[in-house]
Structures are given as structure tokens and as C-alpha cells.
Design a protein around this ligand. Structure first.
Ligand code: E4P
Length: 217
């Protein structure tokens, strides 16, 4: 499973990329607003740090606007993936952008049928939002499992990009469900390496090693 980070904060992106943990980046209008930065500048900077796919979302909700904005975003860098909402206009734009050689990430997916439509329109990625379904007491992991089965039944090549991940447990669950990619907030990525038994075990090893009085170097 590939790891994307879900943020527009360049400091986190640099840190995670340097750790060798990053295959790509996703942003959305809310994350860009939170960064307080110019959208196109921040996308260009992210693309200069991470060579993998970087999702940048259109602001328009109409087909013509999505096409115009998508083309501008795609020109910012070779690794830009244009993110469009899962609406009828968004699906139409997905098909047209794809025909023009532009990669797409169809976002705000909450049902298997929506994912089926995105795949039929040739989306590069589909983004089912796990955490937002869990927030309303629905099963986000089950959605990923259903999409996996549908895509495998018909050999769709659209990649399942598990989004709206909130916890380390979500990461395990989407990996088990067969997601191709998980886009994860920085704070959750940092937590993935933590385990109390690793911490206490290492403390004991360090203490015992000191007691030997030896040095490896
Ligand atoms: C995905 O591309 C979205 O940016 C993101 O995962 C949404 O997460 P949220 O539901 O925590 O806002």
C-alpha cells in the first residue's frame, strides 16, 4: 500500500519525505485554507519536494470551470493529479481530462456506486472518505472492501485511495481491505511507529548495554 500525506504544510511534507515514508501528497481546499498560502505556489513547492503524485483540487463545481481549472493545475508540474468532486459534472470532467492525458482523483466518494461510476469514467484514483462515514455511524472500512471487490470483478485499474483517515487503526483496516493507497494526516503517520512495548523494551536494552561497559565502535 502506498502512503500519501494529507496536508498542505510543507514542513511536514519535507520531514516525511526525508524519512522515506512518502509516495505522494493530497491536498484539498480546506487544507490549503489552513496553510494560509497561495494555492498554486504551495502546489508547485510540494511538487518540487515529492516526485510522486500530488493531488490539487479544482474549486469550480461546473464542468467548464473544472476543465479550465484542471488544465491550469495540471500545468503547474508533471506530477499534479487533478482532484474533482464526485458529481455528474465532476465525472464528465474526469473522462475529458483523462482523454487529454491528465490524471484525476475523484474525491468525496461515499458509496460503492459512486466508485463504480468514477472507474467507468477512467479516474486514476477514487477517494472514499472513511472517517466521515465513521463520524455518522456508518462503516467506512466496509465501503473500501466493497469497492475493492467491484474493481477486482471487472479489472478496473482505478486505484483506491483511502481518505479521511483519522487513526492508526484505520491504516491497518484499509491495508487489510486492499486499498492501493492511504492518504494519512501527518500526526497519524508519526503515530504508526509507536508501541509502548517498543519504548520500554528499548529503554531496558539501553540500560543493560550500559551495564556491560562495552562499546561497539
Ligand atoms: C482526501 O483527499 C481528503 O483531503 C481528506 O482525507 C479528508 O479528510 P477529513 O475527512 O479528515 O477532512
Amino acid at each position: 500500500m502506498q502512503f500519501f500525506v494529507d496536508t498542505a504544510e510543507i514542513a511536514d511534507i519535507r520531514k516525511l519525505y526525508d524519512m522515506g515514508l512518502l509516495d505522494g501528497v493530497t491536498t484539498n481546499p480546506s487544507l490549503v485554507a489552513k496553510s494560509g498560502r497561495d494555492f498554486k505556489e504551495v502546489v508547485k513547492e510540494i511538487c518540487s519536494v515529492v516526485p510522486g503524485p500530488v493531488s490539487a483540487e479544482v474549486a469550480s463545481t461546473e464542468f467548464d470551470g473544472m476543465m479550465a481549472e484542471g488544465k491550469v493545475l495540471a500545468k503547474l508540474a508533471d506530477n499534479v493529479v487533478v482532484k474533482v468532486p464526485l458529481t455528474v459534472d465532476g465525472l464528465k470532467a474526469t473522462k475529458k481530462l483523462g482523454a487529454e492525458g491528465i490524471k484525476t482523483n475523484v474525491t468525496l466518494c461515499f458509496s460503492p456506486n459512486q466508485a463504480l461510476l468514477a472507474a467507468k469514467c477512467g479516474a486514476t484514483y477514487i477517494s472514499p472518505f472513511l472517517g466521515r462515514l465513521d463520524d455518522i455511524n456508518l462503516d467506512g472500512v466496509e465501503l473500501i472492501e466493497q469497492i475493492r471487490q467491484i474493481y477486482d470483478n471487472y479489472n478496473f485499474t482505478t486505484q483506491i485511495l483511502a481518505a479521511s483517515i483519522r487513526t492508526p487503526n484505520h491504516v491497518t483496516q484499509v491495508a487489510l481491505a486492499g486499498a492501493d493507497v492511504a492518504t494519512i494526516p501527518p500526526a497519524v503517520i508519526y503515530k504508526l511507529a509507536d508501541h509502548p512495548l517498543t519504548k520500554s523494551g528499548l529503554e531496558q536494552f539501553v540500560k543493560d548495554w550500559k551495564g556491560t561497559g562495552q562499546s561497539i565502535l
